[in-house]
Design a protein. Sequence first.
Length: 219
Amino acid sequence: MRALAASRGAMFEPLTDIPRAACPLTDDRLIEAAAVGLLPLEIGGGLVLVVAPRATAARRLAGLLATRRDLAHSFRFTSARHLQQFVVRHGHRYLGWRAADSLRSFCPDLSAAPRPGRRGLLTFAAIAALLLAAAAAAPGEVWAAVNALLAIIFIAWIALRLFGSLVKHPEAKSSARLSEDRLPVYTVVAALYREAASVEHLADCLRQLDYPALGSKCT
């Protein structure tokens, strides 16, 4: 990328000293910039596009700058690694929120996270107020009731564990083995990329599958 930038009269931008304020994108758009490979920055009072070209995009951009040398000052080249490091450095908090809590915010019907409702909070507050009032009126009786309740829960838990240890679980019955002509047809795709060392072992494991093979194709 440094050589490509130098050949087209542009600069290489490592993004190491660029502050978050220089990028006008919001946090969600900043994450998308790493996937697209295009990051706008406000440098020196102007807008500069930092590009991490991939595949044929580098050829097209180089061809554009070859015919339009005046656009070289508007572009800066960087690598995908530098761009990803910039996004992680300045957007790590949003990345964490998006990974942990975004489903609850955007698609609550698909999330198993609890949904605190106003009704539940009012019920909890009412119960807490009643307990506090009872403890203030008769503290001895309240603590005795709490101790009795905790003892009952503890004894019930011990009884449940003893009952579970004494119950004999029925053995799972194995299903009847189907004939080969009744088995469904599956396709096993083993995608490999720069894994020549593991191909032989993977092929041996595939051959050991207890399933009738219709054929194989290596690409």
